[in-house]
Design a protein around this ligand. Structure first.
Ligand code: PGA
Length: 224
């Protein structure tokens, strides 16, 4: 089974930097892993153009509106991104929970809309609130999600305290007890040096800082 390697660029990069990244990043056919790129919204079509013929490279968004199409000024909903072949949506990232006040119910509403639009949610969760988050999501939706186990202290811009592989394995078991036999990936200060360790116990990784440089991300993405 291919592992999922997600590049979460967060709110980084301008157009020139995105073009440089796309020119620098090497693409291959028949990859060992599925590479997923989550650019800021304005660069979706640039990235979509670059990866359209790459069957092992997919596109993700970093968030979606908790509302459907309509009068919600400034929001970007599932309908707005139809046609871009978006496969995944990262939802409930700890930065959104912390800075933008996103709560478990908001995330659950986004999961509903996302699945209705045939986009797979990647829900970011820490074990502290795993059960509370899961209980806000309908039981039929739980097993259609991917969970990214992301202890906030592990995120590189929060200090990057990497959990041990054993801790991650324990979290994966707990997440599967609650969500079912879903894919669980790990996020938090993943680098080319530690990616193989985390991949040994998960279905993939969510990469922030180390995805910003195309050459560093290549080392991660194409690891055996
Ligand atoms: P990081 O970010 O790899 O820079 O720690 C991961 C994330 O926040 O998803």
């Amino acid at each position: 089974m291919k592992k999922i390697i997600v590049a979460n660029w967060k709110s980084n990069k301008n157009q020139e930097e995105v073009e440089f990244w796309l020119d620098t990043f090497k693409t291959y056919t028949d990859l060992n892993n599925e590479v997923v790129i989550a650019p800021p919204y304005p660069f979706l079509s640039l990235v979509a153009d670059k990866v359209k013929d790459q069957k092992d490279i997919s596109l993700a968004v970093q968030n979606l509106s908790a509302y459907p199409a309509g009068s919600y000024t400034g929001e970007i909903c599932v309908r707005n991104i139809e046609g871009f072949e978006i496969k995944y949506a990262i939802l409930g990232h700890s930065e959104r929970r912390r800075y933008l006040g996103e709560n478990h119910q908001d995330v659950a509403n986004k999961v509903d809309l996302c699945l209705a639009g045939k986009i797979t949610p990647i829900i970011c969760i820490d074990v502290d609130y795993l059960e509370d988050q899961a209980s806000a999501i309908s039981s039929e939706n739980l097993e259609k999600c991917i969970v990214a186990y992301e202890p906030p202290n592990a995120i590189s811009t929060n200090g990057g305290e990497n959990p041990s592989v054993k801790e991650v394995s324990k979290a994966v078991i707990k997440i599967k007890e609650i969500f079912g036999e879903i894919k669980v990936i790990y996020g938090g200060n993943v680098t080319p040096d530690n990616v193989s360790d985390y991949l040994s116990t998960t279905d993939g990784v969510l990469v922030g800082g180390a995805s910003l440089d195309a050459k560093i991300f290549e080392q991660l993405a194409y690891k055996e």
